[in-house]
Design a protein around this ligand. Structure first.
Ligand code: AMP
Length: 284
């Protein structure tokens, strides 16, 4: 595996494989690798000849400075994991390489960036994501880029971005990888105290409660979200939001008469976590 630091190094390294018609897969990450990341690397390997992983803690998408400072960073460990998983190139640029002096362009995706995560973290969050992902697509020019369903709203922002700007890249969304107790894997989980780590499993439990009600025929979103919130409160977790939305637009639903997405965000101790789960009404 080669570690690349600059845009010109990436372009030089990929010129030959691209000219030989080799398919290039990109997995954008912020590092602190876990099995969720590993699943994307493996998936990229199945479809592509060259796998590029970007490792960049993108300051533009952090609305909370303390979150940016606390974000776990361990490039040496990440490089070892990526090499072990046969990643071909690790693109780990500096902040100055991505945002050089004078940088002043922002990519902003409408509507979908404004609700839920956009509302709670501020507009800048998805603008920061859309801007850095556009840059990564332009720098690496992957055939396919891989993202996790764990960040469901982010995947919609990126699909919209790729479609609206005619970016010549296929966007693949891969399933959420979970800990044995159901907690969605996240780089932020390592910041949880042991007590908070145990409580955090309630996020997934609340989504499972929602799914169980839907499977039993309950269609009233108010009742379902109330039950999910109770599951969180029983673990002394105050949700930022629990909502049931249309999986394609994130518009809130009142009744579940077609597949829907339950989304949750909550602070557990000082750590903000998100999760989501598809809800499928039982066939009648
Ligand atoms: P991050 O490093 O947290 O920005 O994540 C990089 C990519 O990995 C994003 O597309 C995430 O959605 C994805 N990802 C993060 N956690 C998981 C998980 N538990 N399962 C699957 N994909 C994940």
């Amino acid at each position: 595996m080669r570690t690349l630091r600059t845009v010109s190094e990436v372009r030089a390294a990929l010129r030959r494989p691209r000219s030989e018609g080799r398919r290039i897969g990109l997995v954008p990450t912020m590092g602190a690798f876990h099995e969720g990341h590993a699943s994307l690397f493996r998936r990229a390997h199945q479809d592509c000849d060259e796998v590029v992983v970007s490792l960049f803690v993108n300051p533009a998408q952090f609305n909370d400075r303390a979150d940016l400072v606390a974000y776990p960073r361990d490039e040496r460990r990440d490089a070892a994991i990526a090499a072990e998983l046969r990643v071909d190139y690790l693109f780990a640029p500096t902040v100055e390489e991505i945002y050089p002096h004078g940088f002043s362009t922002s990519v902003s995706v409408g509507a979908i960036s404004e609700v839920l995560e956009g509302e709670h973290r501020g507009r800048e969050h998805f603008d920061g994501v859309a801007t850095v992902v556009t840059k990564l697509f332009n720098i690496i020019a992957p055939d396919i880029a891989y993202f996790g369903q764990k960040d469901a709203q982010q995947t919609l922002v990126i699909r919209r971005l790729a479609e609206d700007l005619n970016l010549p890249v296929e966007v693949e969304v891969c399933p959420t990888v979970r800990e044995p107790d159901g907690l969605a894997m996240s780089s932020r989980n390592q910041l949880l105290s042991p007590g908070d780590r145990a409580r955090a499993a309630a996020l997934n439990r609340s989504l499972q409660t929602a799914q169980a009600l839907v499977a039993a025929g309950q269609a009233d979103v108010r009742l379902i979200t109330a039950a999910a919130e109770t599951e969180l409160r029983n673990a002394a977790i105050q949700p930022e939001y629990v909502q049931i939305v249309d999986p394609d637009t994130f518009a809130p639903l009142a009744r579940i008469d077609r597949p829907a997405l339950a989304v949750v965000a909550a602070r557990v101790g000082t750590v903000r976590l998100i999760d989501n789960q598809m809800l499928s009404p039982s066939p009648r």
